[in-house]
Design a protein around this ligand. Structure first.
Ligand SMILES: *[C@@H]1O[C@H](CO)[C@@H](O)[C@H](O)[C@H]1NC(C)=O
Ligand SMILES: *[C@@H]1O[C@H](CO)[C@@H](O)[C@H](O)[C@H]1NC(C)=O
Ligand SMILES: *[C@@H]1O[C@H](CO)[C@@H](O)[C@H](O)[C@H]1NC(C)=O
Ligand SMILES: [Zn+2]
Ligand SMILES: [Zn+2]
Length: 215
């Protein structure tokens, strides 16, 4: 009845085999469950995350320790252009490239991009420092409806962007040497695989201010 080399019957063997398979399935399900529930997807634009991180870096970490009052505001229609008049009034621009996630409002599809532009205008006037920020959106590849959705950022990305901004502020508003966080340019901070960048779906590309190509 027993096969040549098997120490058990075929029936026992297959039972054991499927038992193992089932255990793998259970393990896999557990991993998938953990992945879905405990790895946060930041697909929504959250302005308060930027404000809170801004405050935290200034008040707790003293990133701009010169005794001036800095505030962060948002303007969702500003451009990178600085007129001569604005330059005279002290406005400067910093364009940052970050990694972020988007969610389509019509089909709910999520996607990530390592080329998400965050544009900052800033100036110091008297004892008041102002930063005005604009995140640039992307459109859904599937829907192609010219609707630009705003990016959702992980806290790490927010911190990185603001630290880069503060080093620009130290340099351009306080003539302080750019000593800390002097790592490269504003190029993408995170090396993650994302689908090829499509200019027609990117608001920053359309306005001609998207991230530079990296080699
Ligand atoms: C996209 O991400 C959000 C969380 O931000 C989640 O609620 C939603 O189910 C996701 N959509 C898809 C299609 O995975
Ligand atoms: C936002 O920026 C646009 C373009 O630079 C400007 O026309 C508009 O007045 C700004 N809005 C506010 C509320 O400052
Ligand atoms: C700058 O980059 C180097 C590696 O390229 C890293 O070791 C260092 O910690 C970075 N410094 C800062 C301040 O991010
Ligand atoms: Zn869509
Ligand atoms: Zn682009």
């Amino acid at each position: 009845q027993a096969p040549f080399l098997f120490p058990c019957t075929y029936r026992e063997f297959f039972f054991f085999f499927f038992f193992l398979l089932q255990q793998c399935g259970v393990l896999l399900s557990v991993f998938i469950y953990l992945f879905i529930h405990f790895i946060p997807i930041h697909a929504d634009w959250v302005a308060t995350l930027w404000r809170d991180t801004f405050e935290e870096l200034l008040n707790d970490d003293n990133e701009l320790d010169y005794g001036d009052q800095w505030t962060l505001n948002f303007n969702y229609s500003q451009t990178a252009a600085v007129t001569k008049e604005e330059r005279k009034r002290g406005w400067k621009v910093y364009s940052h490239c970050a990694y972020a996630t988007f969610q389509c409002g019509s089909c709910s599809k999520n996607w990530s991009s390592a080329r998400v532009v965050v544009l900052f205008r800033y100036r110091l006037r008297g004892e008041r420092g102002t930063v005005i920020m604009r995140p640039f959106g992307q459109a859904c590849r599937r829907c192609q409806d010219n609707e630009f959705y705003l990016p959702g950022f992980a806290e790490k990305e927010v911190k990185h962007a603001l630290l880069r901004l503060f080093s620009k502020v130290r340099k351009n508003c306080y003539n302080d040497e750019d000593d800390h966080d002097d790592n490269g340019s504003s190029t993408c901070s995170t090396k993650k695989y994302t689908k090829p960048h499509e200019a027609s779906l990117c608001q920053a590309c359309i306005m001609g201010i998207c991230c530079q190509d990296e080699d």
